[in-house]
Design a protein around this ligand. Sequence first.
Ligand code: DP6
Length: 322
Amino acid sequence: MTHAIARAHPNIALVKYWGKRDASANLPATGSLSMTLDVFPTTTTVTVDPVLARDLLVLGGEERDGVPRERVERFLDLVRAASGSAAHARVETVNTVPSAAGLASSASGFAALAGAAAAAYGLDLDERGLSRLARRGSGSASRSVIPGFAVWHAGTDDETSFAEQVPAPDLAMVVTMVDCREKAVSSREAMRRTVLTSPFYPAWVSSTRQSLESALSACAAGDVERLGRIAETNALRMHAVIQACDPPLRYLSPASVEIFDRIAALRERGIGAYATADAGPNVVVLTRPEDATTVAAEIAGLAETVTAHPGPGLQVLERVPR
Ligand code: DP6
């Protein structure tokens, strides 16, 4: 038996990934840009055990069956194909982020799984290889392999679609916990529905390509205001393209909208703060580290908050035998 332990953190996109050009290789329609957080790590242990008849998934101490286990098994199939092993594995995952609440647990989850599985099955992958592998589990996981700010290049095939680090200004994110219950529609299903039914989808794709270019140049120039404005606009455009789906779908709650309004009001008072939200009601506010306390105070009363800074990339903590 070989086992390996890896840890990864969630990331929050400033320019979002929403829609695939190829579902089987998990290639996105556009590139995206994110910050990996220093809070809410996921730690995953993969134990390769030739005696097992199928892969086992233990999530937060509870054995899970159904879709989550099948997703892990399909992912491990890729690792087995690359390593030439037929053995199954036991996967134990501990999330510290509320699962499936639009706080990117699939990003940290599949990044940690990619690191632990690659190590346990003896694959020797560099950062790019790990990012490509994590992408196959969940697109946004490709970016959680990378420390700090990451651009995920859309690419045209499996080899060219990976994330890498980009320089960025000093920033913090105030994460609000509006509602951490499991969401009714997964981002995977919602993305599929958007591509198939939202009449605004082509405009989303073309505007996101432009936003990514502008955001990367704002990052390089250290221009927090421009980066923040692009991030907030891009997030609202993503929620708009989602809200135009059939059957209808909406992730933002009244409390989320209230937070967007409060952040706009803070800007009127001269504080550089910009709101974004993934596929869930929990708003995340981008700001300078020195303004994070002011932002958190503005939201207190509406939701609990946690302040995050740029965090580490994927770490393999242990491999036995080495
Ligand atoms: C709204 O990465 O969860 O968080 O590739 O189907 O697993 P799959 O989707 P996933 O989608 C994340 C969408 C998002 C935006 C983002 O992180 O860029």
